[in-house]
Design a protein. Structure first.
Length: 235
């Protein structure tokens, strides 16, 4: 079994009627519900308002792949919890960061760059698969059309990725490294750009398949995660 924790800030869906209509159970609820259809996935959810954001040492010890979506509360996120997540990734936990979670404390700590990018509301995207032999691209068409999506454009200040699996094109002519993999310590990371909260992106079957593939890709190999000791080392 691959043990997955889907973490969401869960703020916009509660604050805005138009977003709640799209995601009545929250973005985490939507993502958890399609992941649960996979027989070998064990899925839990956690949100910002829970004690320690729901990402306690015990929860992370029992998580093979953590999926995060965040936006409005990035600065309020606990430094202690961000450090804890980083430590677990370094010891083998997979991490999938969605959309605006590029700017989370967790991603900034793990990747070490500013993570800044260009953005514009209310655009459309053509998401091109540019590494068709990559495991995350399995069963994914050459191009996915997203009639409504926020524009994210280069320059995206990330370290050089291991692989760029998807490139986004937007109507203003901007392009973006929309699906990138990184390795940190024993952990694998996938950053995936689509998923602005005002549009039903995570209901689209191809997008769901990419996230399912990414879970399998980022999951620790064999028994690696269970055997791995996750200790805090003083430097
Ligand atoms: Zn957005």
């Amino acid at each position: 079994m691959i043990r997955i924790t889907v973490w969401n800030e869960y703020k916009h869906e509660r604050e805005y009627e138009n977003i709640r209509k799209i995601y009545p159970d929250g973005i985490h609820g939507c993502i958890a519900s399609f992941l649960k259809n996979e027989e070998d996935f064990e899925v839990k959810t956690a949100t910002f308002d829970m004690p320690e954001h729901g990402l306690t040492e015990d929860v992370l010890q029992e998580t093979d792949v953590l999926i995060i979506w965040s936006h409005a509360l990035q600065n309020e996120f606990s430094d202690t919890v961000a450090e804890r997540v980083q430590r677990h990734v370094l010891s083998g936990m997979g991490l999938i960061a969605l959309h605006s979670a590029h700017f989370s404390k967790i991603m900034k700590r793990l990747l070490g760059t500013s993570m800044t990018l260009k953005w514009r509301h209310g655009d459309k995207e053509k998401l091109w698969c540019i590494s068709p032999s990559h495991p995350i691209a399995k069963g994914i068409p050459e191009m996915i059309e997203l009639p409504q999506e926020e524009m994210y454009g280069e320059f995206f200040d990330i370290p050089k990725p291991d692989d760029v699996v998807f490139t986004g094109w937007f109507s203003g002519g901007e392009v973006f490294r929309s699906g990138c993999t990184f390795s940190r310590g024993m952990g694998k990371i996938f950053y995936f750009q689509p998923g602005h909260e005002e549009y039903p992106i995570y209901f689209k079957s191809e997008i769901q398949q990419i996230i399912i593939n990414a879970v399998r890709f980022c999951a620790p190999l064999g028994e690696g995660r269970k055997k791995m000791k996750c200790e805090k080392v003083e430097i």
